[in-house]
Design a binder for this molecule. Structure first.
Ligand code: PMP
Length: 368
């Protein structure tokens, strides 16, 4: 047998990746070493110290030689109580991205279509493609609100098994109104996924639709995450609230024991700190207002936000040049200028007051 060096030039050829994957760019948020990181919509605040203490104590009691609770009943039960739904209406995964992947594995695939309305969260398209699900898209309006005529056209033309909304929408910031979401729910033939990663900042939630008309809204799935308002991006935990049939479908495609024991404790214990979380949301919303007010004095176009970030478009200077000026000042924001419908746009995550001051000073300098 030939000697095959690991990856060396004499090694045997590996098969190419699936042809439909080879064109994917991957999902990149530039990772630059800076002092002020305002590019990934995390919470700038650490989780409450009481949560860290409770988690440390709970971790000491975990039987690490055993597999975790495969059903994650403690965590799901606590989430179900917090939303006033049954435990069979909750499915958890490793971040809401994995929740979205499970929905696409269960309901998508090569013979199905996923519909979405851009600009929106890029991972809806990306995970659709990873799961081999064709994507049908339509544009949002110039002010980034949903265009219900476009939604009707896309739905009629593609008969989507899944339709994605993101509310509040990343990266544009606005939440879709309950009337708009209700209208879309009335049009789609399949599952309507409402990604509420920033839901705690929004004035309303699609959870209310499920509550008000459980039979008529059976197909509405609400996806949430612990990564943003809960200050727990490092934990990788997300979940959905949906009809039990949707939960069972996701369980079919999730790997056994995909939620480790420490993560289950982390999520369960976090729900004891709702007041702290609400205080964080209020503090960040106040800072968001301060940044928006500062934008009004600068040569930038900007849009109202119901989330922990703001989209803006410098009017007198190229977005990429402004992005580089900010990096030179050790401030990192997200460059969205090459995304569909977002020419010239940057997105800034609301940080701590002193981080926002650094951002605004650097932006003012760049646009001077
Ligand atoms: N949905 C939206 C709209 C997001 O912005 C993000 C994070 N960028 C996610 C889902 C994924 O979050 P996570 O996987 O950390 O829960």
């Amino acid at each position: 047998m030939d000697e095959v060096g690991p990856g060396g030039p004499s090694g045997r050829a590996l098969p190419p990746v699936r042809p439909d994957l080879s064109a994917l760019d991957g999902y990149h948020s530039a990772q630059v070493d800076v002092e002020v990181r305002l590019n990934t919509n995390e919470s700038p605040l650490p989780p409450p110290s009481g949560w860290i203490e409770a988690l440390t104590a709970a971790v000491a009691d975990i039987e690490f030689n055993r597999y975790p609770d495969r059903q994650a009943l403690g965590l799901r039960g606590a989430l179900a109580d917090s939303h006033g739904v049954g435990v069979d209406e909750i499915f958890c995964a490793n971040g809401s991205n994995e929740v979205l992947q499970c929905l696409l594995l269960a309901y998508g695939g090569p013979s199905r279509t996923a519909a979405l309305f851009e600009p929106t969260y890029t991972l809806h398209r990306h995970i659709s493609r990873i799961t081999g699900t064709p994507v049908a898209t339509g544009p949002r309006r110039a002010d980034f609100a949903l265009d219900l005529d476009v939604v009707a056209e896309v739905v009629a033309g593609s008969d989507p098994a899944l339709t994605f909304l993101c509310s509040p929408n990343n990266p544009t910031g606005r939440a879709d109104s309950l009337d708009e979401i209700t209208a879309v729910a009335g049009m789609v033939p399949g599952i309507l996924v409402v990604d509420e990663a920033y839901g705690q900042f929004a004035p309303s939630s699609a959870l209310a639709l499920r509550g008000s008309d459980p039979a008529g809204m059976r197909h509405v799935v609400v996806v949430r995450t612990f990564s943003k308002t809960w200050s727990m991006a490092g934990t990788r935990l997300g979940y959905l609230v949906a009809d039990p049939e949707v939960v069972r479908a996701c369980e079919l495609v999730a790997l056994p024991y995909h939620l480790d024991a420490a993560k289950q404790e982390a999520g369960r214990l976090a729900l004891d700190f709702v007041a702290e979380m609400n205080a964080r949301v209020a503090a960040i919303a106040e800072e968001r207002g301060r940044i928006a007010a500062a934008f009004a004095e600068l040569p930038v176009e900007t849009w109202p936000s119901d989330a922990n970030f703001l989209l803006f478009r410098p009017t007198g200077k190229a977005a990429t040049a402004v992005w580089s000026d900010l990096v030179s000042a050790s401030v990192l924001v997200r460059d969205c200028s090459a995304w569909p419908g977002l020419t010239g746009c940057l997105r800034v995550t609301v940080g701590l007051p002193e981080e926002n001051d650094r951002f605004l000073a650097a932006l003012t300098e760049s646009l001077r």
